[in-house]
Design a protein around this ligand. Structure first.
Ligand SMILES: [Zn+2]
Length: 580
């Protein structure tokens, strides 16, 4: 877009002049289409993740677990009741007299919930001791049943009577009706209060089987209130109070002086309602434990440690593939050799995990493991080692993307440094407008909690696409104004400069897409697009998905943006004056 003398210019412009904007438009549309494909591929990789760890057993190591029927030496067989209150925030749990009563005579355990903090994955973490990456349950779209062992399987396998009461998802995920001795399964309640009925069912079934050895109950109402009204709402607090009374009734009805209670949520809720992400109220929860075998204490643990803790308290084996370990501070005693048996199992599974992750390089000696913390760091080191290897191999992708952006900037800059500056100003405008809408106006975060309900996913992404396209057009407006300001005597399209004004729009949209491509390339370098052995950091993955969505939507801006810059060039007073 150099200003040259008239005469020679109009002759070559039709050929060469159109080349750049047309190529830029094609590049934009190509990026848009590629991003669309990659977004659905990446989403699918997480939702349909096939865990390679479901067949782990630890039998390769001396940590092979004994048969479930074999009594654990010295272990007392205790009756345990596990109550899962879906969506109960930590602060709300502290208003409940029933839970405060358990904490006063037992253990108050601060829990961290593995991500995504959605119900199916976290229910599964509770009853298997395995996080999403191992259980393969990454979302609520998971089509059950889970492929790894649960506390229900273990309890029944150990010859205990098992009672289960709660929503039908217990069948979907854990085959409760098939596995347990007696079950009361109901539909997920829509708009009506279900906990009272679930408590009635549990008390009735417990009496029918003559006192169950293991009871697992799920209360759905608090989660519904969280979604409908928000975790900080009075309506939510009201349902929590109602559940408090029913939980007190359940405890009173089941407590024979020899019963251990474990009450906990799967996850919490953000103030405005919703979970799935990394927010404190969603992933910082707490469990209350009380009864025989439980120490009076406060402790911190991971949600995946609950299954092992319950197993030791009950005097049975823990689910096979769980990576959690019994919370030692919570245990008043080791329950014979139950705690040691459980630790050996956890060590065996950890060694098995490391071998899966690192292959033959991952063989470790079980003797080297002396504490639960050692298991966590061993797994973490294995993850880091393989990730570092893969990142080395992917670094070229990131460099390639950065190089392509530099080449593009150089081409535009050589054609016109003013156009390059204008396009970059447009790109900055895009980032400012899009992010002001996302963070400022909508108060959103890079978090799965943004959806609140699964049914909102499509609307959420459609709105992001619309805003991305509009922000792209705002970028073109600013680019055109900057371009006008930079030229001493700007000429409008009427002066034979139509191609330049169109090219400015194309360059602006492509520059905007370029900054997104760099951010996407950074994620791909860190985590890759394929999810085959490790789940990505979900905050980063959410941002990555949104970047791809924006890149897709900017395809629309690539079609309309050039017309915007052209129209400004044609209609702006400065170019009109120049023409006159
Ligand atoms: Zn929920």
């Amino acid at each position: 877009m150099r200003e040259t003398s008239e005469g020679s210019r109009p002759k070559r412009r039709p050929l060469l002049g159109w080349l750049l904007p047309v190529m830029a438009l094609l590049a934009s549309l190509g990026l848009s289409y590629g991003a669309y494909k990659l977004a659905s591929y990446s989403w699918d990789q997480v939702v349909s993740y096939e865990s390679p760890y479901t067949t782990m057993s630890g039998v390769d190591f001396s940590g092979a677990r004994p048969d479930l029927e074999d009594p654990i030496p010295g272990a007392e067989k205790r009756r345990v009741v596990v109550v899962l209150i879906d969506g109960l925030r930590d602060d709300a749990s502290r208003t409940m007299a029933s839970i405060s009563g358990l904490r006063a005579k037992g253990a108050d355990v601060r829990l961290t919930v593995p991500q995504p903090s959605l119900s199916y994955p976290t229910w599964t973490a509770i009853v298997t001791g395995a996080p999403q990456q191992i259980s393969g349950v990454t979302t609520n779209w998971f089509e059950g049943p889970v492929k790894i062992e649960t506390l229900l399987d273990v309890a029944v396998g150990s010859g205990r009577t098992v009672v289960v009461a709660g929503p039908e998802d217990l069948d979907t995920l854990f085959r409760a009706s098939e596995v347990a001795t007696a079950t009361a399964i109901s539909e997920w309640p829509e708009g009506e209060y279900a906990t009272a009925g679930i408590v009635d069912d549990t008390l009735r079934l417990d009496a029918e089987v003559g006192g169950a050895d293991f009871i697992f109950v799920v209360f759905p109402d608090v989660d519904n209130a969280g979604h409908d009204f928000g975790g900080a709402s009075p309506e939510y607090a009201g349902v929590v109070a109602q559940v408090d009374a029913d939980l007190a009734r359940l405890i009173e009805g089941l407590d024979d002086g020899a019963t251990t209670f474990v009450v906990l949520p799967d996850h919490g809720h953000i103030d405005t309602g919703g979970h799935g992400g990394w927010e404190g109220p969603a992933i910082r929860t707490s469990a209350a434990l009380a009864g025989p075998g439980v120490a009076q204490t406060e402790a911190e643990a991971d949600l995946t440690d609950i299954a092992s803790t319950v197993a030791v308290l009950a005097g049975m084996q823990a689910p096979l593939q769980g990576t959690g370990t019994a919370i030692d501070a919570v245990l008043a005693d080791t329950n014979g050799s139950a705690r040691d048996a459980e630790f050996v199992r956890a060590a065996g599974i950890t060694l098995s995990y490391i071998r899966k992750v690192l292959g033959d390089e991952g063989v470790r000696d079980i003797q080297s493991i002396d504490s639960p913390n050692a298991l966590v760091s061993l797994r973490d080191e294995a993850d880091q080692e393989r990730l570092a290897d893969e990142r080395d191999g992917r670094f070229a992708v990131f460099l390639g993307a950065a190089f392509a952006m530099l080449v593009f900037a150089a081409i535009v800059g050589i054609a016109s440094w003013r156009a390059l500056l204008a396009a970059l100003a447009g790109g900055a405008t895009y980032a400012a407008v899009y992010n002001a809408l996302f963070f400022g106006l909508h108060k959103l975060q890079w978090s799965l909690s943004a959806f609140n309900e699964e049914t909102m996913v499509d609307a959420f992404f459609n709105q992001r696409m619309l805003e991305a396209a509009l922000s792209g057009l705002a970028a073109c407006v600013v680019a055109a104004l900057v371009y006008l300001a930079l030229r001493r005597e700007p000429k409008g399209p009427h002066a034979g400069y139509a191609v330049e004004w169109l090219a400015l729009g194309s360059a602006t949209v492509l520059a905007t897409q370029g900054t997104l491509v760099l951010q996407i390339a950074y994620f791909l370098w860190k985590w890759g697009a394929q999810v085959s052995w490790i789940l990505p950091d979900f905050k980063a993955a959410f941002k990555y998905d949104l970047d791809l969505i924006q890149l897709t939507a900017l395809g629309a801006a690539a079609l309309i943006g050039p017309l915007v810059t052209w129209a400004i060039g044609r209609l702006h007073p400065r170019t009109r004056k120049a023409r006159a």
